[in-house]
Design a protein around this ligand. Sequence first.
Ligand SMILES: [Cu+2]
Length: 344
Amino acid sequence: MIRHMRPTRWSVVLLLAAFAGTCTPRGAKDFRGEVPTSPVIVAGVSLPEVLPSGGTQPFVMRARPGGLLVVFFGFVNCPDICPTTLSETKRAVAMLGGGGRDLEVAFVTVDPTRDSAQVMLDYLGSFFEQGAHALRPETQDQLGRAQTAFRATSTVTREADGHVDVSHTATTYVVDPAGRVILQWPFGTSAADMAHDLRRLTGDAPGPDGAASDALAPPTAPAEGLLLDDAWVRASPRGATMGAAYLTLESTTGDRLVEVATDSSLTEYMEMHEIVAGEGGALRMQQVASLELPAGERVTFEPGGRHLMFIGLRQPLVAGRSVALRLRFERAGERTVHAVVRGD
Ligand SMILES: [Cu+2]
């Protein structure tokens, strides 16, 4: 079954600078994504696609005739970046309605040692009922050649203490039937922007952008003390042993968040994490020991920014359920906030 290292320290480095100098600015030719200015040909890339039957078949990086192929490199136990991207992609496909027919999605694992065939099928199946391809390179060389073609990169570092560091380019690629990358979306591109670009590429009439917006009601101002608002937990994709919770905090007096925990039947432990810019445009996810809440300032945990991370999930985070998060503050003491688990 699923075997995973118990991460004593956990961090993910996201390399987003791989395309520096190769792309036009966002918005070129009325696309929200980036159009490569020099050809990026991936038609020569073939990777093993894992099948529910237990076997594999070669998958070539081309869309079906008249269709488009959306490609993302990641790993199952990525708590924030990968599920954010896959869930935005899923919503974009839903926004296209019938126009999403000719759309296929391919997810390439950069961590095939931990991401077994079954783990990948479970994971991808929790986002897409059909039209998604789980691609699992069998050798490092195979993965390397695929990444080179996409100008992507990744590393998986295992240390003696069980610590696993995974880094990967967090760009989403749109490939045409000729096997060319015709558009790419940087991490953080919204479903509405993806749907906008896909409609333009498929020639569909524009629909109501942002129709599926899940904007939250504005939080009420704290009368005094501490505001905890907008708490939610991302439903865990099948196969995932990591998860993320998000919320908004505001202290009228100034405070410091020093600890986060939840029921031990749910997860081994929790940590606070943030994604920070590193050298050369890379983004790095790292643990933060505590978090300053300046007086009167809203501090948010949100996808792509900070998250409260569940490490070593003992049961899945099921949509619709509520999770009690226990937050300990230097001044306000312990507060419990009930976060609803959200699917897509
Ligand atoms: Cu994290």
